[in-house]
Every structure is written in structure tokens, then in C-alpha cells.
Write a protein that binds this ligand. Structure first.
Ligand SMILES: NC(=O)c1ccc[n+]([C@@H]2O[C@H](COP(=O)([O-])OP(=O)(O)OC[C@H]3O[C@@H](n4cnc5c(N)ncnc54)[C@H](OP(=O)(O)O)[C@@H]3O)[C@@H](O)[C@H]2O)c1
Length: 174
């Protein structure tokens, strides 16, 4: 409820407060993934996945890893689609993804990457699930200094699990 996407120890245990979903209800995640043709992920998010023994679960999608650490690529493993590392401004990364013909890019986390993309005005849609708890500390959904105000319009709103809400906002016309 306070915009945190992990707690101060990088734990996602607070998601348990959402309560059980109906069987097979993943909040539309599988359907969303089917609409995606490229992914950008931050080092913090990938490290969290690697620590949990998951590696990179989306090797079927061309992925741009934003990190200063070359060794992280090897830790993520390999799959059918390319996984490349980039660093510095995300603007040339978006230009490269566009030039490759990708239309719908998923910002898979974390808050630092989402914040930088929003600061560049490269976020067209925000799909967020709000758990019924204030976490208090930890990375924020858009975690960047000096973020300019960006206006969105509500496109969808539904209940998820016992007490959570799933919202979809689309960028207001520029
Ligand atoms: N609740 C959810 O649905 C959800 C979703 C995704 C993630 N998460 C959680 O969010 C946390 C991670 O979020 P976060 O905001 O801390 O990290 P993040 O956005 O995943 O990654 C930030 C890191 O990426 C690297 N980086 C960022 N911008 C860069 C740039 N322009 N050039 C080069 N490297 C750059 C830096 O690491 P290096 O310099 O070390 O490479 C930076 O510390 C994890 O706990 C994860 O589990 C939660």
C-alpha cells in the first residue's frame, strides 16, 4: 500500500497478505506475458531471482539486463532468446529495442529500472497489484531521484485474492 516492491531485506514475504487467489487466477500475469516481445530487467531483480535459485525465468524473450556487473550474465543462465547486458542511460537501450522491431517491452523490475524509464517518459502502461499492507521500507515502485510528474488514466481495476487489488493505468496523451 505504500508503494514498496520489496522490504528492506529484499524479501517479498509481504505478498502473503494478499490471501489465496481462486485456483488458476494469476492476476492476468500469464496473459500479460503473451503480449510481451522484449524485457528489460535490473541487476537487483535478477540477483534476487538468482539467489532464490530461479535463474532468469524468461529466457524465451529477448532480454536487456541493466547492470555494471558482467558476471551476472553467466549467473542468469542461457536460453533460446538473447540476454545482453547494458549500462548507462536507458535511452539508447530503448532505441535499440525499437530498432529491433519490438513493440511491447516489459519492465520486469525493479524500482530503479522502472523509475529511470518513467523519468525518460518511456512508460505507457503500469500494471500493479497492491497488497493490503504497508511495508515501511525497501525499494519503491519508481525508485529514482527527482522524478518528474507523469499523469496516467485508470484503465482496469479488479480484486485479486482475498484483499489485494490489480490496477492498470495508461499514460495520459502527451
Ligand atoms: N514486488 C514485485 O513484483 C517485484 C518485482 C521486481 C523486483 N522486485 C524486487 O525489487 C528489488 C530490486 O529492485 P531495485 O530497485 O532495488 O533494483 P533493480 O531496479 O532491479 O536493479 C537496480 C540495480 O541495477 C543496476 N543498474 C540500475 N540502473 C543502471 C544503469 N543505468 N546502468 C547500469 N546498471 C544499472 C545497479 O546494479 P549494479 O551496479 O550492481 O549492476 C542497480 O543497483 C528486489 O528485492 C526484487 O525482488 C519486486
Amino acid at each position: 500500500m505504500d508503494g514498496r516492491i520489496a522490504d528492506a531485506n529484499d524479501s517479498l514475504d509481504f505478498l502473503d497478505t494478499m490471501g489465496p487467489s481462486d485456483a488458476g487466477d494469476d492476476g492476468g500475469f500469464a496473459a500479460l506475458l503473451k503480449t510481451i516481445d522484449a524485457v528489460i530487467v535490473g541487476a537487483g531483480t535478477l540477483r534476487w531471482l538468482v539467489r532464490g535459485g530461479h535463474g532468469w525465468p524468461h529466457h524465451d524473450l529477448p532480454t536487456w539486463l541493466v547492470s555494471h556487473e558482467p558476471a551476472l550474465l553467466a549467473a542468469a543462465g542461457e536460453g533460446p532468446a538473447p540476454l545482453r547486458r547494458v549500462e548507462g542511460s536507458l535511452e539508447p537501450v530503448f532505441a535499440e529495442i525499437e530498432a529491433a522491431g519490438h513493440q511491447r517491452v516489459w519492465l520486469a523490475g525493479g524500482g530503479s529500472i522502472a523509475g529511470q524509464a518513467l523519468a525518460l517518459d518511456r512508460v505507457d502502461e503500469v500494471v500493479v497489484t497492491i497488497a493490503p499492507v504497508a511495508v515501511g521500507a525497501g525499494p519503491a515502485l519508481f525508485d529514482v531521484e527527482g522524478l518528474p510528474s507523469r499523469r496516467f488514466h485508470l484503465a482496469e481495476c479488479s480484486a485479486l485474492g482475498g484483499d489485494a487489488a490489480r490496477l492498470r493505468w495508461v499514460r495520459a496523451p502527451r
